[in-house]
Design a protein around this ligand. Structure first.
Ligand SMILES: *[C@@H]1O[C@H](CO)[C@@H](O)[C@H](O)[C@H]1NC(C)=O
Ligand SMILES: *[C@@H]1O[C@H](CO)[C@@H](O)[C@H](O)[C@H]1NC(C)=O
Length: 815
């Protein structure tokens, strides 16, 4: 409207000027001619508009003289009157659009005035339009946003183009660039303004073509057609017309059990062709029931599925999860994810002892069932395949009974004494990699069976005891061991009932049944019994009991408990014995020999002789070993007839025992001399009267004894000879016992201790042994009751020892 007012204003002022001009013309003169020119706009300065002089019929002089000039008129600056040529030329560029705007036709008028006389001529110049403007759009770009859901036939008004040219040169038409979706429709306003409307012919699809670029061309109708273009940028707005779609209907994945939390499983992906929030897909798990849903986690934006909890193959081997993809418009799709769990060897086998005998007798046979157990492994396949074993050092084996059930059997006989208990380790190993194993140790005790007899520390014992012991004295201790246990190893010691010298052994010794200490029951006499052999039995407390025996030899040791006994010269209370020494006897004359014995043995029976007292010590000496009494100087007439010697016989025991013998010696050449001398020689007058009688009696007894002795010796020798032949044939290693005997070797000067077992067997001794009296001995022997007592004792010893071969009956006396 502003433009129009402006134009109108111009137009009004023109009008008033024209009116004034008319009034003026009326007032001063006549109005002569009127000319009209048409020129196109935009002519160059100086271009000819018209030949005014000619058209007005005026000559050039008149023009000059009349000072023809253009007067009035608003737009007279456009033209110039060239009076010298009488032409009207363009003085200034004329823009029709500027001059008239929309007004057509466009013209301006002015008057040319001449003076002398005044002439007024009206010239109208019509400005013809030329197509000097193209239609233009105000903006370069038209931006449109159209939803893809826009319905067909929807109108979209477009900006109009403007072309200031007039008429045909002005905007004539709109053209839309080629496209599928839109058609163009043109409308004209009441004022003739043309505008275009786009009509949707085919639905838009953002997903196919989210953006359309069109061109709207406005054209005018000029001969030289001009056009203006505007870009129409159409953004297709999204509509949630697409659901999310998973790219797979089933996803499979696998996961090892015990996988760490956060372990990647799979990524699901659903695409939604929509954009913006309609295309934003979020993922969730659906229909997750119970635990399985908590096992996994899905990233709602990326669709990444990860482990969310500890997966245990032993609980679930497979998971099926439904995944929902949803866009923000509420459309969704679903898919399934199957997760296979792979087993790993995470479970050790379990050993379960079903039954077990913890105590078993040592005499059970191999193959006895000791325990029954079963094994389990929660893993599967190889990881659950179990092999069982038992320590090969021990005598056990494993046998499978049922599947996964095993028997533990003994494989060898037991011996409690060598191994009383076993720690049996059963191990179960699966076949996984690496394998897992479990060990179970059971403690088996072997119970005792009385299968071992007591064993003595030695099979034969020997012990010493000194004679004359106190009855009840302990002699020796035997000891036996039993490798069994408890009652089976409780040992009692017993004495086997045997005979010793015809008496039961229990009359000599007893044994403490618990301690094995052997006690003497009585006092032993070496001279009666020299050794004792007994059998001790050790018996255990088992049922039945087992026993073993050992022999114990008890050697009785001699003690010097017997003094020497003088056999010769016989000492009698009343009798008188005298040795005769002739006055002519030389030095070294053997007067007599003191004969003594000692029933002890060894050192205790070693005898030595000493002269204790003598009437004349210078005349006699006693051989300290042989007891021979000899003269040591020539006997003289001055020597008394009656000589009295006292000889002490000592044994070598500790302490030594001794006996004293009084030897009467008569130094005389004749018996009557002796008798006369000896009347006062005796201590007792009574016996002197009977002397002769006793002498005769003694001789008779000695002769009888000698003959008896010879007979006995001969008969013994014969018996022994026979016996030795029998022994030889029987081949028995019988060593007869012979008591020790002493013999001294003449001239050696020392008494040698010789055990002579062949006393009465040697041919040499046969003649000389067992005789009383010898060469050069004119001794007078008078038997005394005490000497027969000695013989009796010898006899009784013989009966106790009951040794047929014993030469004890003969006391070997060597002169
Ligand atoms: C058996 O095991 C027990 C306890 O571990 C132990 O005291 C005993 O000495 C073991 N026995 C053997 C024979 O190894
Ligand atoms: C001693 O034992 C052995 C075997 O152990 C047996 O033969 C013998 O008869 C036993 N002796 C006695 C005297 O019991």
């Amino acid at each position: 409207m502003g433009i129009r007012q402006h134009r109108c204003g111009k137009w009004l002022s023109c009008w008033t000027l024209t009116l004034q001009l008319f009034v003026f013309v009326f007032m001063i003169s006549t109005v002569s001619g009127q000319i009209r020119y048409s020129i196109p706009e935009e002519m160059k300065k100086g271009s000819l508009i018209g030949n005014v002089a000619q058209d007005l019929g005026l000559d050039l002089k008149r023009l000059r003289s009349g000072r023809a000039r253009i007067v009035t008129g608003e737009n007279n600056q456009y033209t110039e009157l060239k009076t010298d040529k009488g032409i009207l030329v363009v003085n200034e560029r004329i823009d029709r659009e500027e001059l008239c705007g929309d007004v057509t036709p466009c013209s301006f008028s002015f008057e040319i005035i001449l003076e002398n006389p005044i002439e007024l001529h009206r010239v109208t110049v019509e400005i013809l339009d030329i197509n000097d403007h193209a239609p233009t759009f105000k903006n370069k770009v038209i931006n449109l946003e159209i939803s893809e859901s826009a319905t067909m036939g929807s109108h979209f008004d477009l900006e109009s183009a403007y072309d200031p040219d007039a008429g045909l040169n002005s905007l004539q038409n709109y053209v839309l660039s080629l496209n599928d979706n839109f058609a163009l429709k043109q409308h004209s306003n009441a004022d003739g303004l043309k505008f275009a409307v786009m009509i949707l012919q085919k639905p838009l699809d953002r997903e196919m073509n989210p953006h359309l670029s069109l061109k709207l061309i406005a054209v005018d109708g000029g001969t030289q057609q001009r056009s203006g273009t505007v870009n129409i940028e159409i953004t297709v707005l999204d509509a949630n017309d697409n659901s999310p779609v998973f790219n797979q209907s089933l996803y499979t994945a696998s996961v090892t059990e015990n996988a760490a939390i956060g372990t990647y499983i799979a990524t699901v992906n659903a695409s939604d062709a929509d954009s913006g929030s309609y295309g934003l897909v979020t993922y969730t798990f659906s229909n997750v029931k119970g635990k399985s849903g908590e096992m996994f986690e899905i990233d709602s934006l990326s669709g990444k599925i990860t482990v969310a909890d500890n997966i245990d193959f032993e609980k679930d081997k497979k998971y099926e999860i439904r995944v929902i993809a949803k866009d923000q418009g509420g459309l969704s799709d679903s898919s399934k994810v199957v997760v296979e769990v792979t087993d790993i060897n995470d479970n050790a086998p379990a050993i379960n002892i079903m039954s077990f005998t913890s105590l078993i007798s040592e005499d059970v046979s191999p193959g006895t069932t000791i325990a029954v157990f079963n094994v389990k492994d929660a893993d599967s396949e190889r990881n659950g395949q179990i092999t069982c074993s038992v320590d090969p050092k021990h005598p056990f084996k494993i046998q499978s009974s049922l599947t996964n059930y095993y028997n533990l059997l003994s494989d060898e006989p037991f011996d409690r004494e060598s191994k009383p208990e076993y720690n049996i380790t059963i191990s179960a190993t699966d076949s996984g990699s690496p394998p897992l194993f479990t060990k179970v140790t059971i403690h088996l005790k072997i119970s005792d069976v009385n299968d071992n007899a007591p064993v003595f520390s030695k099979p034969n014992y020997s012990a010493d005891i000194i004679e004359n012991n106190i009855p009840g004295m302990s002699i020796f201790t035997v000891s036996a061991q039993d490798s069994d246990w408890n009652q089976n190893a409780r040992i009692s010691y017993l004495l086997e009932e045997t005979q010793v010298s015809g008496n039961p052994v229990s009359s000599y010794v007893s044994i403490n049944s618990e301690t094995g200490v052997i006690h003497a029951v009585r006092s032993f006499d070496y001279e009666q019994i020299k050794q004792l052999v007994l059998i001790v039995k050790a018996q255990d407390g088992g049922s039945p009991p087992l026993s073993s025996n050992a022999s114990v030899k008890i050697l009785i040791q001699d003690q010097n408990d017997n003094p020497p006994q003088v056999l010769y010269p016989v000492q009698t209370g009343g009798s008188l014995v005298a040795e005769l020494v002739p006055r002519s006897a030389d030095v070294g004359y053997l007067v007599t020999k003191v004969v003594a014995v000692d029933v002890d043995s060894g050192q205790n029976a070693w005898l030595s002789y000493k002269l204790q007292k003598a009437t004349d010590r210078a005349l006699f000496e006693v051989g300290s070993q042989n007891g021979e009494i000899r003269t040591i100087r020539q006997v003289t007439d001055k020597d008394a007839v009656k000589q009295r010697l006292s000889v002490i016989v000592e044994d070598n025991g500790q302490p030594s025992r001794s006996a004293t013998v009084v030897v009467n010696v008569a130094v005389a050449d004749s018996f009557p001399e002796v008798l006369s001398e000896f009347t006062d020689f005796t201590h007792d007058k009574e016996y002197n009267d009977n002397l002769t009688f006793y002498l005769v009696l003694a001789l008779a007894v000695v002769s009888f004894l000698f003959i008896t002795c010879v007979v006995v010796i001969i008969s013994v020798k014969i018996y022994r000879w026979r016996q030795s032949r029998v022994l030889f044939h029987s081949n028995l290693p019988v060593i007869p016992y012979y008591p020790p005997r002493y013999s001294d070797t003449l001239g050696a000067g020392t008494l040698q201790h010789v055990y002579n077992y062949e006393v009465c067997r040697t041919t040499d001794s046969r003649k000389s042994d067992c005789k009383f009296g010898g060469a050069g001995s004119q001794n007078v022997l008078i038997m005394d009751p005490s000497s027969t007592g000695t013989m009796q004792r010898i006899q009784s010893e013989k009966s106790i020892l009951d040794e047929p071969d014993s030469p004890l009956e003969v006391r070997p006396l060597t002169y």
